[in-house]
Design a protein around this ligand. Structure first.
Ligand SMILES: C[S@@+](CC[C@H](N)C(=O)[O-])C[C@H]1O[C@@H](n2cnc3c(N)ncnc32)[C@H](O)[C@@H]1O
Length: 210
């Protein structure tokens, strides 16, 4: 049992249905793992929507008095169109424009929760480049749902991961969103020399680097 994480999950509500408590517990536990080991770098979330997971990432950083920074990325225009890599007999609800949040609301949400403002970047992941990112990444949460979104998340972060970094990929184990696993498996096969371990828990893929 982890007291800090459990107390955060007990005290604060989830503000959307895009993540559940058991997944959040895993995400926070994995963030804590890299922090406990002093892995160098900041934290990124690609696909933050209204900030449900982002708030908890920020709360864990605050509870530990970490001065690492949180970087959030989203189109703030909802999902892009699906490609052939995302095709599935289920998952009709995931269409272009769905999951549309605004950056202004996200800024207000952090203010209302008395949390330090993260760096928030409004962009399609395909347009992100190194200058939009922190210099080093110790923990990444990829939650872009679709093949190209996850592929582009890996592309922009891959040279910035610190040794020992952890990447959590949402929907890795999701029948409705097969593109997330396709993009992850491709990246793993192209980077096998730097992969320490990979496993799934709930719908999440958890990738640890050497
Ligand atoms: C499932 S939601 C994220 C939920 C959030 N991580 C949470 O835990 O509450 C997916 C988000 O990814 C964003 N997104 C998906 N693909 C994207 C892309 N290629 N570029 C920018 N944003 C993208 C969507 O706008 C949407 O807000």
């Amino acid at each position: 049992m982890n007291c800090v994480i459990d107390s955060l999950l007990r005290r604060f509500p989830l503000i959307s249905d895009q993540v559940d408590v058991s997944e959040l517990r895993v995400i926070l536990r994995e963030l804590e793992f890299v922090l406990e080991r002093n892995i160098q770098g900041d934290i990124v979330e690609l696909g933050c929507y209204k900030g449900t997971t982002s708030l908890f990432l920020a709360r864990l950083l605050a509870a530990r008095n970490e001065d690492r920074k949180l970087y959030l990325y989203d189109s703030f225009a909802g999902l892009p169109p699906k490609t052939a890599q995302d095709s599935s007999t289920v998952g009709d609800q995931f269409v272009a424009g769905e999951l549309h949040a605004t950056k202004a609301d996200l800024v207000r949400t952090f203010m209302k929760n008395y949390l330090p403002q993260p760096t928030i970047k409004k962009a399609w992941f395909s347009n992100l480049n190194r200058t939009d990112m922190p210099a080093d990444i110790c923990f990444a949460f990829f939650d872009g749902d679709f093949y190209e979104s996850i592929r582009d998340s890996f592309r922009v972060c891959q040279d910035l991961f610190s040794a020992g970094a952890t990447i959590v990929i949402d929907d890795y184990d999701s029948e409705a969103l097969p593109g997330a696993a396709r993009a992850t498996d491709e990246w793993i096969s192209q980077h096998s020399t730097i992969i320490k371990s990979f496993r799934t828990e709930h719908s999440l893929g958890i990738l640890k680097l050497v």
